[in-house]
Write a protein that binds this ligand. Sequence first.
Ligand code: GLA
Length: 725
Amino acid sequence: MSVYFDKQTGIFYLESNNTSYVIKVNRFGFLSNLYYGKKIAREDLSYTEVLRDRGSEVAIYGAPERKLSLMGMSNEYPAYGKGDFRECAFIPQSADGSRVFESEFEGYEILKEKPPIDGMPSLSGGETLVLKLYDKISNVRVKLFYTVYDDVDAIARRAEIENLSDSPLMLNRAYSFNVDFPDGKYRVLTQHGAHLREREPEITPVMHGVISVDSKRGATSLHSSCFAALLEGNADEDHGNVYGFNLIYSGSFKLNVEQSPYDTVRVNGGINDFDFSWKLESGEKFSTPEVALVYSDGGVGKMSRTFHDLYRKYIINPRYVNELRPIVINNWEATYFNFDIPKLCSIIDTIKDSGINMFVLDDGWFGKRDNDKSGLGDWTVNEQKLKGSLKTLIDYCHASGLKFGLWFEPEMVSEDSDVYRAHPDWAIKIPYRNAAPSRDQLVFDLTKKEVRDYIVEAVEYNLKKYDIDYVKWDMNRNITENFSDGLPADRQTEIMHRYILGLYDICERLIKGNPDIFFEGCSSGGGRFDPAMAYYFPQIWTSDDTDANERVKIQYGTSLCYPLSLMSCHVSICPNHSTNRTASFATRGHIAHLGATGYELDTTKINESDLGQIKGQVEQYHKMERLILEGDLYRLENPFEGNYFGFEVTSKDKSQSVITCYKTLDMPNNAVKRFYPKGLAPDAVYLIEETGAKLSGSTIMNVGLIPYFPWSDFATVVFNLTRVK
Ligand code: GLA
């Protein structure tokens, strides 16, 4: 049992192994957050709610004192319009145009099973607390759902809004959550990025005013992540209180961190309310996406390990999450659009006995598609270009001991395609305006059922016709001119969210409907890397940038929230196609091993020495693969802060560990660099395979390991540790 209610004090205690989250129904009927953090005794924390006369502030409505201010009150779901001038969670608009929600506590329920969200992915889980707020004048109910995970220090939250009135209700903002923290010194960790440069961490002091991260693109985006963490005091990678927030949503989002004039700090967010409103008809409900809250008393590193455990246990498809992954060779960087079956077979011939066991045919196999200007949406095999049938290629793969995977971009359509010529109204655009160009493609209007049906049918036709074990699902443009002629004028601001609901519908039908096929997600690299996508895709292509030096940064950033097993990481050709940089084949392998490893290069063109290394690399990967799937990640060196990068992945039972050390630039006469592992058992004795030394966990962690890096830039050393005592 993880939810307790003390009827006498009106206090709810939500408890995981190490966390308490305490909410009180206060005397004004508000849900006030009294505490979130390290586990404490179940005591009466009412004394922490100190409300004051705040001079010129507006008084709490209904309060006999007529002085106390809402601005000093913490609130689990603050609404706009009654004197809390901080960023609120909720702005409803009644039929008369008024925009107020006077929240009154209506009651609570404790559900044995966590109810799924209709139409949206969410964490699985058990016992769930539902707190009900009601506004009797507008006749609107808000239900707040809380699920506590005993075994991982995480809480899932969301809100559901019910219009019980006779008239439509406009939702101008309906966030997933709000948490108010007491005054203190905090910094906020967020992520920014771009194509080929995803998820760079950034830490900013929390200030009076609002710090926001968001996406207005209709996708989580390459440019920001639906994640923010509050770092208390001097919290760092390994120490201190850290509170992580990650939205389980794939569309336009917003997360705010605001310090009030009275120094309290508010964090909230959900669907981006920029260019958003939702018309909720009488009797209808609207559910927000879910958010995962993680508390760590061991810095950012422990927060990450908790997110990893949470997602591996409760959102990634259990069928695949711990399954050994296929070792892929993908032809994109090898051939781009320029291939036919003989060319592809020549690549397959070179890697036949290397341990690579999945060939993935990327973009260009369908319709008229020799470049990115045409063909999307026409999902019929172009046999003329291939110089044969797809079956011939698949048979060749099978005869060579490889399974077969195929690329699709289901959500997109080229203007130069048969399907667009037949159905120009199936794309998101404004009919009498030119569409803003992006990769010469448009976005299918997933708000329309007939469009979703077409996509499912066209993709599934191939999945049924051919023997396909793996699908790479790409998405390469953001939404502009977000207009749908299928929606009335007063619902045009619903498109971005309706698009995402449409996306989840086609994912549900295509992915859940074909459970034997392994689906990899992709979006111009890692442009839609979020927990909701992780529900459908056990692997996501992390970035189009496959340069080892850039990858250490991208994979470092991605690991803040997401487990290594979720990140697809490929060895590619050098000079690298994104950076023109050269790293050794060994380095490229070592960095690709820190995720779901694979290859993406023309193996007919690489030298014998590199080609010969593939088999050994695959064997090496298999030795550590369980750790990548199930182990704990410790980040040892931050490549954004210095010349080195270090990841330690250690098994939960601490019997095996792999430590990957990376040096960016060689420096003559520099210090002897040590790496300090963190997650070993201090009293255990480990054999270090590479040196033959046997040392205690305590010695290795305190004295450190000294890698003898090869004499070059972009060099790696890997230590394999096995517990021998
Ligand atoms: C995107 C993907 C790449 C590749 C191309 C194909 O950029 O991220 O991996 O699939 O599309 O067009």
